[in-house]
Design a protein around this ligand. Structure first.
Ligand SMILES: CSC[C@H]1O[C@H](OP(=O)(O)O)[C@H](O)[C@@H]1O
Length: 346
């Protein structure tokens, strides 16, 4: 059986959160041991852990780390401590709704626990964080099974950013069918966009798929049109950070351009989205908060200055692909037309 990368992005070990520092990949494998909510906040903000589901998992453990020292005398006082830490962790990155989904899930669990002792409530927070991580691997595998029904052996598939095992508990979202296809002896040919400016495609997707023995070819973002025109790509599969109620999808900057190109070439464009990324309370893509990141990611790519001093820079980390460009959104509950994404949670 092919397993997704052995390099788990998020682990709970010896009462601490152990994160694979994704800013160091693919050159160095460095694990960070975090013991405070502040450290978790910083690791999310600085992309040491990234990818929507992995951010949610890390935040869940961060919430436990933030309240495990609580000396609250009542369950109400503990709930207050929990809320304050959740609000703080929620300020780390705004776009991936999985972060807020994970924090809300733990808050709801604590409400259900009722009037218990603080020691028991702390244990419930950790228990829920562990459950979030456990369930994510199964969710990703199920998404992969659904996606596989849309693919066939020998197909060329383009992906953008890293919706991979490094962004989840296992398998990835958009990469899950690649791992499952490999298990079944299929030969898919994956094209990975390098994904400017932080290069998640080159540093992470190319790395993890290569490690798993999957046929992956790295291309620059500006080569996608040519690769499609040459008939090398028969489907595009991407991940997402948030799906709005009308089926608009926020994902890594550059995704919208890939979707437009796919439509121009008559190529289906699929979005892999766990229900934790589906946000029916956000009406349209225009309502999704888009994170803007530091100018240095563009002016000093890979640590080397590549732009003039004091140049004006615009660096949105995500864009929104309108529903009309999306062939289907695939969740753990099935395959949905974007306009029918509301049915995914029924
Ligand atoms: C499985 S979702 C991965 C998702 O996360 C990425 O963003 P970032 O690396 O900035 O956290 C990107 O939008 C991916 O598609």
């Amino acid at each position: 059986m092919t397993t997704s990368t052995q390099l788990a992005p998020v682990k709970w070990e010896d009462d601490a959160l152990v994160l694979l520092d994704q800013t160091r990949l693919p050159v160095e494998t460095v694990y960070l041991t975090l013991t405070t909510a502040e450290e978790v906040w910083a690791s999310i903000r600085h992309l040491q852990v990234r990818g929507a589901p992995a951010i949610g998992m890390a935040a869940a453990y961060g919430l436990y780390l933030g309240v495990r020292g609580s000396e609250a005398a009542t369950s109400e006082a503990f709930a207050k401590d929990l809320l304050a830490t959740a609000e703080y962790l929620g300020t780390s990155r705004p776009t991936a709704v999985n972060l807020f989904w994970a924090l809300d899930r733990i808050k709801a669990r604590i409400q259900q626990e009722g009037d218990k002792a603080t020691r028991e409530l702390k244990a419930a927070v950790l228990d829920e964080a562990l459950a979030i991580q456990r369930e994510d691997a199964e969710v990703c595998r199920t998404i992969g099974e659904h996606l596989l029904t849309l693919l066939h052996d020998g197909m060329g598939i383009l992906t953008h950013c890293n919706p991979g095992a490094l962004a989840t508990a296992a398998y990835g979202t958009a990469t899950a069918p690649f791992y499952l296809a490999k298990e079944r002896g299929w030969d898919l040919k994956v094209y990975a966009d390098e994904t400017r400016p932080v290069l998640q495609g080159a540093r992470l997707t190319a790395f993890e798929l290569q490690q798993a023995g999957i046929d992956v070819t790295l291309i620059c973002d500006n080569m996608a049109a040519m690769v499609m025109a040459q008939g090398k790509v028969e489907a595009v599969i991407v991940g997402t950070d948030r799906v709005a109620a009308n089926g608009d999808v926020a994902n890594k900057i550059g995704t919208y351009g890939v979707a437009v190109l796919a439509k121009a070439h008559g190529i289906p464009f699929y979005v892999a989205a766990p229900l934790s990324s589906v946000d029916l309370e956000t009406a349209t893509g225009a309502d999704i908060p888009i994170e803007e990141r530091p100018a240095e990611e563009i002016t000093h790519g890979l640590g080397k200055q590549v732009a003039p001093d004091n140049i004006k820079v615009y660096n949105p980390a995500f864009d929104v692909t309108p529903a009309e460009y999306i062939t289907a959104i695939v969740t753990e509950t099935g395959i949905f037309k974007p306009q029918e994404i509301g049915n995914s949670k029924k």
